[in-house]
Every structure is written in C-alpha cells, then in structure tokens.
Design a protein around this ligand. Structure first.
Ligand SMILES: *Cc1c(COP(=O)(O)O)cnc(C)c1O
Length: 404
C-alpha cells in the first residue's frame, strides 16, 4: 500500500520567470518577447480551462487513439529477470507521442486566433504530427526542415506534403534541426499575431517547456493508472529516452511525487564520449544558453554549440529541456547514456521476442531498462515506448539487416 501514497511533494516548477531551479527562462531577442507574452497569456487563460481540456481529451480519444495500451512484456521479463511493462506511444496516431503535443498546441493556436501554423522538424516526426493535426483542425501549416534532413528523411517529407503542409528546406547553419528551429523563430517574429509556432519538444524559451510538459503528461497519467490497475502497483522504475525530453517528462511528471518510483532518462551515447560523437547533453554537457533556454548543452570551451551524433535522428540534438537539467541536478531523475550499437541490439530483441518494432529512439530506453534489470533482479519496470520503428527502416537496412 505504501508505494501508492505520494510521499514527497516536489517543488512545483516552473516559477513565475519560467525557471526550473537555475535552468529555463527566456533568453530571446527583444523582437520575440511580444509573441512569447501572447503565448503565455494564452496558456494561462486556456490550457487548464474546462472547455479546452474537454476538446483536447475528445481529440485524443477519438482521433489520436488514446488511451494507448499498457502491455506486459512476458518474454523480455523472463530474459531480463524482471517484470517489464511497456507504455505504447507507438500505437498513437502517426506512430509516436509527438501527436499529443501537436494536437494540444494547434487547439491552443485556434483559441489565440492564429491563422497559420509553423513548425520545425528534424527527423520529420514532429513535422508529420503537426501537418496531421493542422489538417485535422483546418489550419494551413508550414514546416521548416534542415536541407540535410529533407534529403535524409524523404518518406516523411512526402507524408507532410500529402497531409497538406508546405515543407521549407533550411540551408543555413548546420542545415539540420538547430537551423530549422532558428528559421521557425524568425518566421514567427515577422507575424506574431497571425502565426502560431508549434514547437516539438520540451525545449526553447518559457512557456514552451511547461506547455509541452503539460500536454505530454497524459502519457504518465495514463501509465500510472494502468500500472495500478494491471500490474497491481506502481513500478519500481520508469525509463524513457531523452532527446529534447518531451516523452520522458510526459512519462515522469505524474510520478514525481511518488518517492518510491525511480525515474531513469536515457540519452544517446552515440559512438563514444568525445564531443561530437554523441547527443548526451545531460550526462556530458555543460550549462549554457541554447535556443532561448538556459540548460545543459554540448558546447566547446568557447561556448560554440557542437554538432551531435546519434543513430536515432530524434535524439540527435545538442540541448535538452531545462526541466531535465533541473531534475538531474536535484537528483530526482537519474540519467544515463546508451550507445548506438546497444540501442540497435535492444531494438532487435524487442522486435523478435515481443513482436514490437520500436523506434530507435525508444530502443535506447529498452537498453537502459535491460541494464537496470540486470542490476535489480525482479524489479517492476515501466518503459516508455515512445514510437514505432517503421520510419527507421532505411537505417535498419544499413545496420541490423546489412548482411541479409
Ligand atoms: C522525437 C522522438 C523522440 C525524442 O523526442 P523527445 O522530445 O525527447 O521525446 C523520441 N522518440 C520518438 C519515437 C520520437 O519520434
């Protein structure tokens, strides 16, 4: 029974200045301040209103397909010597958790009177989710995408086109996600009233990390209730992969007050510990400002943000949401990294023994969970399965399947 009680009351963040301890805030050019003020006012007025929530819940239920299942994983449980439960965001519409955030933000955009949606995307998953939600809710949508990613992620570019979005390749900067976010911010500044910027992870200037967390917390709320009902109690540990950190904060947040539940975030360890060889901004980064937020980032001694490497495009980002930086320094959440090869190994294991082809991003969480199980025999483990792996077939052909 004890484990069902909420034994600690964690501080409620962010504070009025959008801070999570020392992290977070709003480090933006003056030209962006009116747009962020407007967004903040909209969040305050609508996000927790009964009217907004009922429309959001209705869309989640009837269009996204929520609640997503909680699946027991009998074979992984046996192989790892643990009790393994999977929160199945791979079953959500468009194949990952990102749709929860996109639907919520576009509903908010309509209340704010916006006439068009803009979004950024790296691997294309948030672009697809935004395009789908915008189509559903009757809004035109422009997606900024690094030119390198447009090339690498052709199937997702095609999906966005079919869903009615306009995809704009960004050739400046690193021509990947970071440049795409910069370009989206520039667009937003030029028309802060008519345009709504639908940001794809729990990053960026306040109030985005908060807004995205609130929208994604549906994952953890459902999982917590499903664990109590199906597993007869809370998990000993909940594990999620961390790119910008939205699926992880969404899974973790409803468990923060459960002192007995350990929380484990897993970053991309890439091909090694050298700067540029991974995307492990929490475990290898240092404090700094990136895209409007004071957080942990991968930068050199001069503060130049470094390019990252990960086999999973969705984790390949040099920063992380500020709330994770806070949760790491306050030690409420433990963070580890998992290498490319390890994630691919876990992906193969889950596919073969549970019949679930997870995203390579999610496979990082599976490997982290396997490592945890080896050190804690019999543990009850909840894994956030953030998305499905169909989108990863080109890279899986070149790696796991290359000898076929
Ligand atoms: C985008 C993505 C991630 C990483 O983003 P977060 O904001 O850290 O959740 C993880 N898994 C999948 C399947 C994704 O598409």
């Amino acid at each position: 029974m004890n484990s069902l009680l909420r034994t600690t009351s964690a501080p409620v963040f962010p504070d009025a200045r959008g801070r999570y301890g020392t992290f977070g805030g709003r480090y933006v050019p003056e030209t962006l301040v009116p747009a962020l003020d407007r967004l903040q006012a909209g969040v305050d007025q609508y996000l927790h209103s009964a009217d907004f929530q009922s429309e959001f819940v209705h869309e989640l239920k009837t269009w996204v397909g929520r609640p997503t299942a909680l699946s027991y994983a009998p074979t992984l449980s046996k192989r790892w010597g643990a009790q393994v439960w999977l929160k199945r965001e791979d079953l959500a519409h468009t194949g990952a958790h990102k749709i929860n955030n996109a639907v919520g933000q576009i509903l908010l955009a309509k209340r704010l009177g916006a006439k068009r949606i803009i979004a950024e995307t790296g691997a294309g998953q948030h672009g697809v989710a935004s395009a789908a939600a915008a189509a559903r809710l009757g809004m035109p949508c422009v997606v900024y995408m690094g030119a390198v990613d447009v090339e690498r992620q052709a199937p997702n570019v095609g999906r966005m086109h079919l869903l009615g979005a306009k995809v704009v390749p960004v050739t400046g900067g690193d021509a990947t996600l970071r440049a795409a976010i910069d370009e989206a911010l520039r667009d937003w500044v030029s028309d802060p009233d008519g345009t709504y910027y639908c940001l794809g992870s729990a990053v960026g200037p306040h109030p985005y990390p908060y807004l995205v967390r609130e929208l994604q917390s549906v994952i953890g709320r459902e999982a917590r209730a499903q664990m109590l009902e199906q597993a007869g109690g809370l998990p000993d540990v909940a594990v999620a992969c961390v790119g910008g950190g939205s699926n992880a904060i969404g899974l973790f947040h409803p468990f923060l007050g459960d002192a007995a539940v350990k929380l484990l975030g897993v970053e991309a360890g890439g091909r090694g510990t050298g700067l540029g060889d991974n995307a492990a901004s929490l475990t290898s980064g240092t404090p700094g400002v990136l895209q409007g937020s004071y957080t942990l980032i991968l930068q050199d001694a001069y503060g130049q943000v470094q390019e990252t490497h990960s086999v999973s495009a969705g984790l390949d980002y040099s920063g992380v949401g500020p709330e994770h930086a806070y949760l790491m320094t306050s030690k409420r959440v433990a963070y580890e990294s998992v290498m490319d090869e390890e994630a691919l190994d876990a992906l193969a294991e889950c596919a073969k023994f549970e019949g679930i082809l997870t995203a390579i991003e999610s496979a990082h969480a599976f490997y982290g969970a396997r490592r945890y199980a080896k050190a804690h025999p019999g543990a009850k483990i909840l894994i956030g399965c953030s998305g499905r792996g169909d989108k990863d077939m080109p890279i899986l052909q070149r790696t796991l399947l290359k000898d076929l």
